[in-house]
Write a protein that binds this ligand. Structure first.
Ligand code: HEC
Length: 198
């Protein structure tokens, strides 16, 4: 019995060692942001399959108390200058909101902009499982002019679309549009977090 327990322990430790070596080898092959965390839905052709490595990364992991207590990472294909400038306008206003001369001047995003947010569960204060991607896609003028011409999109880690459409659809309005309307002056994009180096 004792010998058998020893054999099991040895087998387990070999498996663990092999697993660790394999994980290190896998991790070493790709830079961190080349790892794909979400499958892209077929209906979302505007999202590049390798957005993680080819788009601008607007932030690293940020903890979002407002967005369901999840960790988030933000990316965009274009429009990052607008995002950064609106973020700076916002925090400058935030420093002294009572000053009447301190009025933020926000800009709108160019057509074709995609702001993509990866959402991760939080476990013991750290990022955990991939939960969903939420994205906003700036469509041509007239797509939904009452709501900034944004298409809202949400999908799960396996690429299953959970929601897609304009805020003129009641379900999208209820799930996304109503909240993002509170920052209509910022072209519906909060631009609360920014930690890109350039
Ligand atoms: C309860 C309010 C609320 C709802 C509902 C909501 N959002 Fe947001 N969203 C935010 C806030 C606040 C941020 C800013 C980042 C942060 O603080 O988490 C944000 C950020 C984002 C961003 C990054 C760009 C930005 O605005 O800064 C995207 C993309 C986004 N949300 C998409 C969606 C989609 C798609 C839905 C619907 C499935 C949705 N959101 C529903 C509040 C909301």
């Amino acid at each position: 019995m004792k010998r058998r327990a020893g054999f099991i322990a040895l087998t387990l430790s070999l498996l663990v060692q092999f697993g660790t070596a394999q994980a290190e080898e896998d991790a070493g092959e790709l830079p961190p942001y080349s790892h794909k965390m979400f499958d892209i839905p077929a209906s979302a052709t505007v999202l590049s399959d390798n957005y993680r490595s080819s788009w601008a990364r607007l932030s690293g992991f940020e903890y979002s108390g407002l967005h369901w207590n999840q960790f988030i990472i933000l990316y965009s294909n274009i429009g990052q200058e607008v995002y950064k400038e609106n973020y700076l306008q916002y925090i400058t206003w935030f420093e002294d909101p009572d000053d009447d001369d301190n009025t933020p001047e926000y800009s709108s995003y160019p057509e074709g902009t995609v702001i993509l947010k990866e959402n991760f569960a939080s476990k013991q204060g750290k990022p955990n499982a991939a939960i969903s991607v939420t994205a906003m896609i700036k469509k041509p003028a007239g797509y939904d002019s009452a709501n900034g011409d944004w298409e809202y999109l949400q999908f799960g880690p396996d690429g299953t679309v959970l929601l897609q459409g304009a805020a003129s659809k009641p379900y999208v309005e209820q799930q996304c549009g109503a909240c993002h309307r509170s920052v209509a002056d910022r072209d519906y994009v909060f631009a609360h977090v920014f930690s890109a180096l350039k």
